[in-house]
Design a protein around this ligand. Structure first.
Ligand SMILES: Nc1ncnc2c1ncn2[C@@H]1O[C@H](COP(=O)(O)OP(=O)(O)OP(=O)(O)O)[C@@H](O)[C@H]1O
Ligand SMILES: [Mg+2]
Length: 300
C-alpha cells in the first residue's frame, strides 16, 4: 500500500467581518491508497474545512496537501476544476441532487461534464444505480425517493466518473439510525469491491466503526488515529473505570470499618496498645495505597 494523501502542517484561517477563525491549525494527516478512513470530532473542529481542502474546493493558507504525488495547493483554477471532476467524488449530508432530473439523469450529469457519449453514459448510470440497490427506481425524481434512497443516488453520482477518491461529509446526518447504517455498510462494500480511497466525516461513532481507521479531530488538528477495535476499548474505558473505582471504594470502606473496630477493641481493653498501634499503622498504609489508586482513576 502506498501513501495517497498527505496533509502537512495545514493551516486554514477564515476572516469574516474583521474576526479571524483558525479552522485548521497545523494539521497533519496521512491516508494510504485504498484506505477507508472515518474522521470524527466535535462541531467546529474543522472536519468540513479539511474535507473541502482535500477535495480541492477550498485552499489552505499554509501547508501542503499531496494527493497521489501532487501538491494540489499549487493547482490553478483549471487544474482544480479537473481534479474535482475526474479525481474526486463528493457525497454530502443533504444529498445534493437536481430535483428536476430523474435518478438516472442525475448520475449521468458528471459524465456529461467529461463528454462521455450518451449510450455509454446511460449504461454506466443504470449499472451504478443497480449496484446501490435502485435498479427499479432509475426514473424517479429525488422528491419521489426516501432519504436513504436519495443518498444512494448521490453515491452513484459520486462514483459516475470512477474517481479514485470519495469524500463524504456527514452522509448519514439526515437519516435515521437504521438507514444511516445501511448507507455506511454500502460505503464499506463499495470500498471492498472498487478499491477506492474513502474518507467519511461523521459525528456518529457507530457509523465511523465501519471504516478501517478512525481519526479524531479537535480544535483544527488530528489528535488520535485508531482502529475500530481500539476505539471500542477507548469508548468502553469509562465503564471499566467506574467498575474499578467502585471496587476500590468498597475496599476503602472495609479498611475504615476495620480501623474503627480495632479502635473500639483497644478502648474496651480487648487488645493491647502495642497490638493496636501496629495494626493501626498497617491499616493506614493500606488505606493510603487505595487512595493513591483511586486518585489515578478519578483525576481523568
Ligand atoms: N466560511 C466560513 N467563514 C468563517 N468561518 C468559518 C467558515 N466555515 C467554517 N468556519 C469556522 O471554522 C471552524 C471549523 O468549521 P468546520 O465547518 O470545518 O467544522 P466541522 O468540524 O465540520 O463542524 P460540524 O461538525 O458542525 O459540521 C468553525 O469555527 C467554523 O465556525
Ligand atoms: Mg461540518
Amino acid at each position: 500500500m502506498s501513501q495517497y494523501i498527505e496533509c502537512k502542517d495545514v493551516v486554514k484561517i477564515y476572516k469574516t467581518g474583521g474576526i479571524e477563525t483558525i479552522a485548521l491549525r497545523g494539521l497533519d494527516l496521512v491516508i494510504q491508497e485504498g484506505e477507508f478512513r472515518a474522521i470524527v470530532g466535535p462541531s467546529g473542529s474543522g472536519k468540513t474545512t479539511l474535507l473541502n481542502i482535500i477535495g480541492g474546493m477550498d485552499k489552505p493558507d499554509a501547508g501542503t496537501v499531496i494527493v497521489d504525488g501532487e501538491d494540489i495547493t499549487k493547482y490553478n483554477e483549471n487544474q482544480l476544476h479537473e481534479y474535482r471532476v475526474k479525481r474526486v467524488g463528493f457525497v454530502f449530508q443533504f444529498f445534493n441532487l437536481i430535483p428536476t432530473l430523474t435518478a438516472v439523469e442525475n448520475v449521468e450529469l458528471p459524465m456529461i461534464l467529461l463528454g462521455k457519449p450518451r449510450e455509454e453514459r446511460r449504461k454506466r448510470a443504470v449499472e451504478l444505480l443497480r449496484r446501490v440497490g435502485l435498479g427499479d427506481k432509475i426514473n424517479r425524481k429525488p422528491g419521489e425517493l426516501s432519504g436513504g434512497e436519495q443518498q444512494r443516488v448521490a453515491i452513484a453520482v459520486a462514483l459516475a466518473n470512477d474517481p479514485p477518491l470519495i469524500l463524504a461529509d456527514e452522509p448519514t446526518g439526515e437519516l435515521d439510525t437504521a438507514t444511516g447504517r445501511q448507507i455506511a455498510l454500502l460505503f464499506k462494500e463499495l470500498h471492498r469491491e472498487m478499491n477506492k480511497t474513502i474518507i467519511i466525516v461523521t459525528h456518529d461513532l457507530s457509523i465511523a466503526m465501519y471504516a478501517e481507521r478512525i481519526s479524531r479531530m479537535e480544535d483544527g488538528k488530528i489528535v488520535m488515529t485508531v482502529s475500530p477495535a481500539e476505539m471500542d476499548a477507548y469508548v468502553l474505558a469509562p465503564s471499566r473505570t467506574e467498575e474499578i473505582v467502585a471496587k476500590l471504594e468498597a475496599r476503602k470502606r472495609e479498611i475504615e470499618n476495620e480501623i474503627k473496630r480495632i479502635e473500639n477493641e483497644f478502648k474496651s481493653g480487648i487488645i493491647s496498645a502495642d497490638t493496636f498501634v501496629s495494626k493501626y499503622i498497617e491499616l493506614k498504609n493500606i488505606l493510603a495505597r487505595i487512595e493513591e489508586e483511586l486518585k489515578k482513576y478519578t483525576l481523568t
